[in-house]
Design a protein around this ligand. Structure first.
Ligand code: FRU
Length: 524
């Protein structure tokens, strides 16, 4: 798409987008601002519209795509239907941010064509211009996506699009596809630069075979197969959206391990989020897991298709991920309008060696603290009869609650987030079993599968559990014990109002802090 087309689109259908984009340009030289008191953006105040999570202003959104950082901007693309509130006409929608909190939505970056929809994929900065797409010595951004034949006949193939203006305008590569093996379920390429061999690696899913394939390339245009991983772990559904990244092992100085994440599209309720994580070694060709018992990525029902940012600045966390906070079982029936689909809060990842195994930890990015209004600190309490920590009216603010709870051997505690009519999410810990559980009830009319229950063991609590909770109009996220376990779930409290209550037995809330969070939907 050329500049004229972009402008024409902006002028015709998306006038507000241009306006936010122009305002954003003004900020280009300055530091990121937590625009707490700036005027609100219009269109982001429906009762279920999350206030600290990204959602498209209108229309359907699923997987994050092409997450890449360049020239001070975090670029986010996403599976997007530019015409409606349900899945279809898949194209890459586009938003960008200076701080991973405040987002400006921009015109569609990679539109579908008459013959192909644009499915999920990734993007990189081609620093050495290996592709030759660069102009005037400026490195191009290159997106690698799956083309899905509209007629649903024929193979899924991998394709390139590139940008020479830092991510605003994108052109499809005329030599597409760059990888076609004639397979109908061959999708979601993640590309990374493997520095030791000075070459590109593509991780892509043979979805129906439950296999991840590895390819290498010198120029992003010709690819050579180097190996497969799988089937392994959870094979109950098709494998989608692989991701691969390296992380230092925090408590073993000098040691690095690779993480291969694979999403499994759920075939039934009560399964928890769709991601599984293998940790092991990668030599630029193939991946070897140190254990074939994968870690589940998230205990909740609504965490899917997560992806890591490429080319992050060296002075921040090495890996930041973003997931789609929804579930294919019911995502298209959730009761929101004129938008549908929301991203989870960005997470920073780390690795720890613990009880003879590597373990992935996920915490909210530190920038969350910049959204906090003044803290409210509770004195220590027991809550044997229950206690309401927070009452949020319809269209209220998002909140964060941090609590440290001392739990006796047979003690337990529970957080219940929801409306009085029974639509609620309950997060609980049971000292006797050492298990943390999440239960969602409410007999929602739009899906029987929305009522669900999962649980998992918490390792090594030593009698104290720490919980960081983000509640936001239609979502609950919990980060337990510094991210050892996470939970992401949607909820739709009737009328939009809800409370957060706690109840405990033989347990004591020793430190509890509550913050209202400033909305991200403000002018930068
Ligand atoms: C995962 C997924 C991907 C695919 C995309 C289509 O949620 O099914 O495998 O590329 O969504 O929108």
């Amino acid at each position: 798409m050329n500049a004229r087309e972009v402008r024409r689109r902006g002028g015709r259908v998306l006038p507000w987008l241009l306006c936010t984009a122009v305002l954003g340009m003004g900020l280009a030289a300055g530091p990121p601002q937590a625009a707490a008191h700036a005027p609100r953006l219009s269109g982001y105040n429906q009762i279920y519209r999350p206030q600290v999570h990204f959602s498209a202003r209108r229309h359907w959104m699923n997987d994050p795509n092409g997450l890449v950082y360049y020239d001070g901007w975090y670029q986010m693309f996403f599976q997007y239907n530019p015409y409606g509130r349900r899945w279809g006409n898949m194209s890459w929608g586009h938003a960008r941010s200076r701080d991973l909190l405040h987002w400006q939505q921009l015109p569609v970056a990679i539109p579908e064509s008459r013959r192909f929809m644009i499915f999920s994929g990734s993007a990189v900065v081609d620093w050495h211009d290996t592709s030759g797409f660069g102009v005037h010595g400026r490195p191009p951004l290159v997106a690698i996506y799956t083309a899905q034949p509209r007629a649903h006949r024929g193979p899924q193939t991998e394709n390139l699009a590139y940008s020479t203006d830092g991510g605003r305008q994108w052109r499809k590569y005329p030599g597409n596809p760059v990888l076609n093996i004639g397979l109908r379920n061959f999708r979601d390429p993640k590309v990374l630069w493997y520095a030791p061999r000075h070459e590109w690696v593509m991780v892509v899913s043979r979805a129906a075979q439950r296999r991840i394939s590895f390819y290498v390339s010198a120029n992003l245009k010709t690819w050579r197969y180097t190996g497969n991983f799988g089937p392994a772990g959870d094979t109950r559904g098709v494998w989608e959206c692989p991701d691969l990244f390296a992380l230092p092992v925090a408590n073993r100085p000098g040691e690095t391990r690779w993480v291969l994440k694979v999403d499994v599209q759920q075939q039934g309720p009560d399964t928890g989020g769709g991601g599984q994580v293998f940790i092991g070694r990668f030599n630029g060709r193939t991946f070897r897991a140190s254990s074939l018992h994968p870690q589940s990525l998230d205990l909740g029902e609504d965490y899917y298709a997560s992806a890591s940012w490429s080319d992050l600045p060296a002075d921040g966390p090495p890996v930041i991920t973003l997931g789609w906070m929804d579930n294919w079982l019911y995502a298209q029936r959730t009761p929101t309008a004129p938008w549908c689909g929301v991203m989870a809060f960005p997470r920073r990842l780390s690795l720890r060696w613990q009880n003879g195994a590597y373990h992935l930890l996920q915490r909210p990015i530190a920038a969350l603290a910049r959204l906090r209004a003044a803290p409210h600190r509770f004195g220590a309490f027991t809550a044997a009869r229950g206690r309401t920590l927070l009452t949020v009216p319809a269209r209220g603010r998002a909140h964060e609650i941090r609590a440290r709870i001392r739990v006796a051997r047979r003690g337990q505690f529970a957080f219940t987030i929801g409306s009085s009519d029974g639509r609620r999410v309950t997060l609980a810990y049971h000292g006797a079993s050492g298990r943390f559980s999440v239960e969602r009830t409410g007999r929602y009319r739009f899906s029987k599968a929305f009522d669900s229950r999962q649980s998992a063991s918490l390792a090594d609590t030593r009698g104290t559990v720490e919980l960081d909770l983000i509640v936001d109009r239609s979502s609950v996220e919990a980060f337990v014990d510094h991210g050892e376990l996470t939970v992401a779930e949607r909820m739709f409290p009737r009328g939009g109002a809800y409370t957060v209550r706690v109840r405990a037995h033989r347990a004591r809330f020793v430190q509890t802090t509550l913050w209202a969070l400033h909305s991200i939907w403000r002018r930068p």
